[in-house]
Design a protein around this ligand. Structure first.
Ligand code: S3P
Length: 170
C-alpha cells in the first residue's frame, strides 16, 4: 500500500486529518515533527533556537528520505517540507502526496494560542501572511490539493482524500 503524505502550511489540519485517516485506513500515523523531536531529544522550538533553522531542515530532509523508503503509512509533514523539492519528489515515489490549502484567517483562528511554532513567534498574523505568500507557489505546485479553509469539520476532507487514494491506488 502506498503512503498518504499530508503537506500544507502550519494549521492546515495535517495532524487532525492524519489521525482520522489513520483510524479509517488502519495505516499507522507518522508525524514527522514528533519523530524529529524524539530523535533530537528536544522540541522543535529548541532545535530552532539552539541549532538554527538550517539544521532543522537537514534533520527534516533526512527524515523525509527515511520515511519515503517505506510504505503503508500516513505521514504528516511539517509545513516547510515543500522548501526542498527533493522531499516532495521522494514522497511522490512511494505515496500519494496531498496538499491541504488554507487561507491566512483560518490559520490564525486555528493557531492563535499556540507557541510551539518558532517561525510564528513574534507578530503571528504578519508572519502567517508573509510566509504563506512566499510559499504559495510551492503548495500550489503539488498535483493533489484539497482546500480546508473555513471547513467546520475534518471528516468530509478525510473522505475526499480516501476517495483520491482509492482512485490512485487501484
Ligand atoms: C514549520 C512548520 C512546523 C514545524 C516547524 C517549521 C514550517 O510544522 O515543522 O515549526 O516551516 O512551516 P507544522 O506545519 O506541523 O506546524
Amino acid at each position: 500500500m502506498k503512503n498518504i503524505v499530508l503537506v500544507g502550511f502550519m494549521g492546515s489540519g495535517k495532524t487532525t486529518l492524519g489521525k482520522l485517516l489513520s483510524e479509517q485506513t488502519g495505516m499507522p500515523l507518522v508525524d514527522m515533527d514528533t519523530q524529529i523531536e524524539e530523535r533530537a531529544g528536544k522540541s522543535i522550538n529548541d532545535i530552532f533556537a539552539q541549532d538554527g533553522e538550517a539544521h532543522f531542515r537537514a534533520l527534516e530532509r533526512e527524515m523525509a528520505q527515511e520515511l519515503a523508503s517505506k510504505d503503508g503509512q500516513i505521514i504528516s509533514t511539517g509545513g516547510g517540507i515543500v522548501l526542498n523539492p527533493d522531499n516532495i519528489a521522494d514522497f511522490e515515489k512511494t505515496g500519494l502526496v496531498v496538499c491541504l490549502l488554507v487561507d491566512a484567517d483560518t490559520v490564525l483562528d486555528r493557531i492563535r494560542h499556540d507557541s510551539s511554532r518558532p517561525l510564528l513567534a513574534d507578530d503571528k498574523e504578519a508572519k502567517i501572511i508573509e510566509l504563506l505568500q512566499s510559499r504559495k507557489h510551492l503548495y500550489e505546485s503539488i498535483t493533489h490539493k484539497v482546500n480546508t479553509s473555513g471547513r467546520p469539520s475534518p471528516e468530509p476532507t478525510a473522505q475526499e482524500i480516501i476517495d483520491l487514494y482509492e482512485s490512485n491506488n487501484p
